[in-house]
Ligand binder design. Sequence first.
Ligand SMILES: [Zn+2]
Length: 477
Amino acid sequence: MTKRPKSSSAATVTFWGAARTVTGSMHQVEACGQSLLLDCGLYQGRRAEDHTRNHQFPFRPRDLDAVLLSHAHIDHCGNLPNLVKQGFAGPIYCTPATRALTAVLLGDAAKIYEEDANHLHSRRRRDEPALEPLYDGRDVYRTLLRLQAVPYDTPFPIGPDLEAEFVDAGHLLGSAMIRLRGAGRSGTWSLTYTGDLGRAGLPVLRAPAPVPPAPLLICESTYGGRQHGAIEETAAQLGDVVLRTAERGGKLIIPAFSVGRTQTILYFLHQLRSAGRLPDLPVFVDSPLALRATEVFRAHPECFNEATLHLVRGPSGLFGEQHIYYLDKVHESIALNERREPCIIISAGGMCEAGRVLHHLKHHIEDCRCTILLTGWQAADTLGRRLLERCPEVRILGRSLALKAEVAVLNGLSSHPDHDGLVERLRPLVGTARQVRLVHGEPERAAALADGLRAAGFADVAIPDRSESITIASTNC
Ligand SMILES: [Zn+2]
């Protein structure tokens, strides 16, 4: 890194998103004459609030020099096309796998926005203004042209005095922690932004790398105060659900997020089947997004752990086994409802709010032989939450239906660390991280993690409000 004299050597970070909440990750770093964004995620709250928060940036996008993207989850990358639409013209740095996965996810998001806008447009009164989607396919295309891939552990310059590096976070294919270093007249400074951290022991991905030490640590806090069950138990629970559903002659319907969660479930099913603990059941992955995301997974084995590499290269080929059917076309999805034999259907989306899974639920929810397996957190007021609470009657696609199918829950699949996992991952940084700022967590979760980190020896731990700034002091070099 070239060290040129500068009038100011310190950096300022302003927290514009995922501050006391879990969505809309967006943090601005101003240093060395540059203005950067760490992530540009979609905020997902109440609809009216979503609209304002996502449409209006608290800065001029054209004034930004670059964006550093931690990973492809939509709450981290989902507002990038809007940033480009509003004038951002700099590079967006990310890892190669994140670039590929971001293309898939943003393309899907644009499609949903356009369909939503068309739907609302058709219902509007004549005197109401036309509704514009947040962004469309063209904005996504222009965004993808700005993505610049940089491999893990390869420092790269952003400006004359600024250097960044991606370090494997082990949270999602391509996910990275971001290390940022600057130099100036009075010394150097550095920060580490964890993005979303991965969980040790999860299948498929490589184990997360150690968190790079830095005087300022910006860390996620999603599961502060919470503990996950053991991953091995989760696989066993999945096996039990499959078996008892098949014995009843029913279908197992798994609403799951298409990227990450679906591939983890496929891995577990592969393991159970290889161990002779599953009957010979076909698995239908009914989501075009999951199909495309799985293709990206297969194209990026550099992110896999040894066991997964072995499986992918083996004769059966993880994700591509003969009994797994990826359904792209709608008529293939509909045909599945006519099927009488037991099978496993993995379908988007995870909270049962939209997507093809609604049709599978509608056709099978009144069949007591079938099981609906919920695999993630279910937000309030979603169909997933009503299923979780076993409401005797639920509305699906305009019809009231009796809930007769079994509802099972698999809680141990989170790709974030739990409380103890977070504290242990950060503990080696006690001597170096002078300031810790917790983001990406509901206030209660972040507060629990802050207590845990203070008990571990971190002196300055805080949970910033939205628009709050922090200055990083430089150290003499
Ligand atoms: Zn994530």
